[in-house]
Design a protein around this ligand. Structure first.
Ligand code: GAL
Length: 637
């Protein structure tokens, strides 16, 4: 009898332990902080977007984030990759959101799930699938029934997927926070009253999904209760939430910036980032998120636009390849440690501020026996010596000193103490590192180059002929970056737009890249830029008596992802396209044009190394005067 009782109680203990692994966590908030299981928390978060790396990279990235002192990993959810065709969902591989969230949980960290589903994020079309644009009557991000129905359906799908896997904190999972919409407050005035109605609807819809964890809206000063309005920016110490009952939270602290093709490589000094972080916690903040902590790579055709680069490195604490970036990563880790030493005081009380002279201030968190202080010099030029509690402290320009006991400085944000390791990039240094640190670099096994010819102009059977110039995105639905526009004219020899055999051809395009071919030969090319994608190309061309073919190749480099009505920003050759000479002009804008979506090489999957195609020619003699060529080489490392 006793033995049975013992066995039974042992079984009960095992059951309790198992249940304990997925014990529900209660997440609420008050005016100071997120409150997890009744305890206010000071949290440090960082963005890692799951599709910007590969699943085998996830555990390593998350571990480096944990080692860097992070408590929370933030990610957006990218609608277009999960629902490429309406109603057909894809959560496999790099798109396996639940696996990513579980990997974060395995490391013992929390998750902030920013569902959007508009995300901006330098992601193609802001994360919206293109098919959404073609839903009859749809108007994005406003009080529009077709749009709201789709947004609600996808948001509910994500929430249900997370619930199905038991991933909300309320179910014992890691998700402690969620976001709906994204920075709508920056642009909602362009949508008038309908925009406000939409914003309130989005908030209500999110809450109705009953996740059991708080929702936030970023950059939305009038986010309705119970949603928390949060700050995004390079500095957020001056931010105040819209209710005395909400905590001060920073959802995007830009650790660097994104790269555009043709733009400068962004850089944000570690000292400045550390200053911004310390100032935020000094001035009452309790949750901040690095955007990005690991930026990664815009794989496939996911980069937004126009002209967002493939690298999304972001000058983040973990670089594009998953290596820690020093001294940024190490210095921030030290800042996080210093802030965590202050946590007992930070959660116990509100700060009181003391002026330490011009451009210098102390914030003191003192409750009973705990006391933490932050001393800031917000003068960007001059160092200062200040007196605090009868002691002198030297504060370098633009710095914060952290005193977890109100007496001793454990860290000043302008002074980097963490060990600085420099890394060296070498070609193919992958294989052997000897005990003395020397590398054996293997020879690169490179196959010979092969090429495949891409024909100029229309080659597909399904080309479409129509009078007038068509906008590109509405024509391609972004199935390809490329759209051919082709027309022909017959020259007798005495046309008013001719000057001998010459004529001036003007092509006006919304962008992003243009190539002009006359009679199969390249006549010129032009491209826009990240700041303006508009193109006006003009050049003298030679025409021949009889039939002349004009082929225009227009390419997009990432669809717009930001701004009011960004979804309606067009691309491609919308005209005018005009020939002119000394005696007159010929406007081709309303001529008959034949359209071909995509290149032949795309149909043949020439971009896919796993597919062999008879098109490839292996040779060392490359064709000359052939304007469009695909090249291929294989490397074995
Ligand atoms: C923010 C936006 C992010 C990202 C960032 C710039 O305004 O919320 O999604 O686009 O700017 O990297």
């Amino acid at each position: 009898m006793a033995a049975t009782a013992l066995l039974l109680s042992a079984a009960a203990v095992v059951l309790l332990c198992l249940a304990g692994g997925s014990r529900a966590t209660n997440v609420t908030y008050d005016h100071r902080a997120l409150v997890i299981d009744g305890v206010r928390r000071v949290l440090v978060s960082g963005s890692i977007h799951y599709p910007r790396s590969t699943p085998d990279m996830w555990p390593g990235l998350i571990q480096k984030a944990k080692d860097g002192g992070l408590d929370v990993i933030e990610t957006y959810v990218f609608w277009d990759i999960h629902e490429p065709v309406r109603g057909q969902y894809d959560f496999e591989g790099r798109k396996d959101l639940a696996a990513f969230v579980k990997a974060v949980a395995d490391a013992g960290l929390y998750v902030h799930l920013r569902i959007g589903p508009y995300v901006c994020a330098e992601w193609n079309y802001g994360g919206f699938p293109l098919w959404l644009h073609f839903i009859p009557g749809v108007k994005f991000r406003t009080d529009n029934e077709p749009f709201k129905a789709e947004m609600q359906r996808f948001t509910a799908k994500v929430v249900d997927t997370m619930k199905g896997a038991g991933l909300y904190a309320s179910q014992g999972g890691p998700i402690i926070l969620s976001q709906i919409e994204n920075e709508y407050g920056n642009i909602d005035s362009a949508y008038g009253a309908a925009g406000k109605a939409y914003m309130r609807w989005a908030a209500g819809m999110a809450v109705s999904l009953d996740t059991g964890v708080p929702w936030v809206m970023c950059q939305q000063a009038d986010a309705p209760d119970p949603l928390i309005n949060t700050c995004n920016g390079f500095y957020c110490d001056g931010f105040t939430p819209n209710s005395a009952a909400k905590p001060k939270m920073w959802t995007e602290n830009w650790s660097g910036w994104f790269l555009s093709f043709g733009g400068a490589v962004p850089y944000r000094p570690a000292e400045d980032l550390a200053f911004a972080v310390a100032r935020f916690y000094q001035r009452g903040g309790t949750f901040q998120n690095y955007y990005m902590y690991h930026g990664g790579t815009n794989l496939d055709r996911s980069a937004g636009g126009p002209f967002i680069a493939t690298s999304y490195d972001y000058d983040a604490p973990i670089d594009e390849y998953g290596l820690v970036r020093q001294p940024k990563w190490g210095h921030l880790r030290d800042v996080h440690k210093a802030i965590k030493l202050c946590e007992p005081a930070l959660i116990a009380t509100d700060p009181s501020y003391i002026s330490l002279g011009q451009n210098a201030e102390a914030a003191v968190y003192k409750a009973g026996s705990v006391c933490a202080a932050f001393l800031a010099n917000i003068d960007g030029q001059s160092d200062k010596t200040v007196t605090f509690n009868g002691k002198m402290y030297k504060l370098p320009a633009w710095s914060v000193s952290i005193l977890p006991d109100c007496k001793n400085v454990v860290l000043n944000t302008a002074q980097i103490n963490s060990q600085v390791t420099s890394s060296e990039m070498r070609y193919l240094e992958s294989s052997t590192v000897a005990s003395d640190g020397s590398f054996t670099t293997p020879e690169l096994a490179v196959s010979g180059w092969s090429y495949a010819i891409e024909p100029v102009g229309i080659t597909k059977d399904n080309a479409l002929t129509k009078a007038g110039l068509m906008e590109q995105i509405n024509t391609t639905a972004d199935a390809s970056d490329f759209l051919w526009y082709s027309t022909s004219i017959t020259v007798k020899g005495d046309e008013p737009y001719l000057n001998g055999s010459q004529s001036n051809l003007l092509v006006s395009s919304l962008g992003h890249v243009l190539q002009v071919y006359v009679n199969g030969k390249i006549a010129g090319s032009a491209q826009g830029s990240a700041s303006s994608s508009l193109i006006s190309w003009q050049k003298s061309i030679t025409l021949v008596p009889g039939k002349n073919k004009i082929d225009l190749l227009s390419a997009t480099v990432g669809l717009s992802n930001y701004g009011a009505f960004f979804d309606l920003v067009g691309a491609g050759i919308t005209g005018p396209v005009k020939l002119s000479g000394p005696n007159g002009a010929l406007d081709l804008s309303s001529a008959q044009w034949t359209y071909q979506i995509g290149l032949r090489g795309e149909d043949l999957h020439l971009y896919d190394p796993s597919e062999a195609s008879p098109e490839w020619v292996s040779s060392n003699a490359y064709p000359i005067n052939q304007p469009l060529i695909w090249y291929k080489v294989s490397m074995i490392i």
